[in-house]
Design a protein around this ligand. Structure first.
Ligand code: BGC
Length: 251
């Protein structure tokens, strides 16, 4: 099935039409800037622009950087606080006329990696960490997702919030070199290992194709691999999530 996959980040919104049977992108990836402030109204307008760009009237999946249990936005670390309490899929569907299915961005990126990528056929505990403006997490056991984990917000032993200490934004703003930043990420992953004992750690987001630059700093028990879809996992996963949710809704 062809579904429009959309990944909303704090700085950019990426989209592409995805073939959900294979995870392939059909056509070019498109990127626009995330409106500032990223209010629900402004984002709905940006989504309308995207739909026009892709000439799309069908189903759309969207990864959004917040905890969204039962379809309602509950956190807003890097988006406008007015999202809190919003039934986000219904809201975007009404404002655009397309059928939207929205879930946490790291969770959907994880779905893509578990179905077609680095976590495929892994029967153990897989932790996916997406690294961007925020630190997103998705946790799978035997291929099943525990949704809406917000493990980028844990406090590390140095008293700092993980997301503020080891995100890509922190690396860029602090002008940290790869070994410096890699050491920070290592502290985060060591903390996750102590708490969750994953069998595999998959890194996604913008830095995932630079893994060789900082992997010497990562001293973990579990193997650490880059997301197969790198920064595109969110787009693919959003489409998979939409297709799956629509199927469940009609069963
Ligand atoms: C948000 C998460 C999100 C992550 C990555 C965090 O700030 O709380 O929901 O998955 O950023 O975008």
């Amino acid at each position: 099935m062809k579904v429009l996959g959309i990944d909303v980040g704090a700085t950019g919104i990426k989209s592409a039409i995805v073939e959900t049977a294979t995870g392939e992108l059909l056509g070019e990836r498109h990127r626009i800037l995330t409106p500032r402030p990223a209010t629900p109204e402004a984002l709905a307008e940006a989504l309308n622009e995207l739909l026009r760009h892709h000439h799309w009237h069908g189903m759309a999946g969207l990864g959004f950087p917040a905890a969204i249990p039962h379809g309602v936005v509950r956190t807003a670390a890097n988006v406008d606080k007015s999202f809190i309490g919003l039934p986000i899929s219904d809201y975007f569907s009404e404002r655009t006329g397309a059928r939207f299915f929205v879930a946490n961005d790291a969770d959907v990126a994880g779905m893509a990696e578990m179905r077609f990528g680095a976590g495929k056929d892994n029967a153990g505990v897989v932790l996916i960490v997406t690294i961007g403006t925020g630190l997103g997490t998705a946790l799978f056991s035997d291929g099943h997702l525990l949704p809406n984990t917000e493990l980028g917000h844990v406090l590390l032993e140095n008293g700092q919030e993980a997301e503020r200490y080891a995100s890509e934004a922190t690396r860029v703003i602090g002008n940290l070199d790869w070994p410096d930043w890699g050491g920070r990420l290592n502290l985060y992953l060591a903390t996750m290992e102590r708490l969750l004992w994953p069998d595999l750690i998959v890194l996604g987001g913008g830095v995932s194709d630079k893994l060789s630059e900082f992997s010497p700093m990562l001293i973990t028990r579990a193997p650490v691999v880059a997301a197969r879809f790198f920064n595109g996992a969110g787009i693919v996963g959003a489409a998979l999530f939409a297709e799956e949710s629509a199927r469940k809704g009609t069963e």
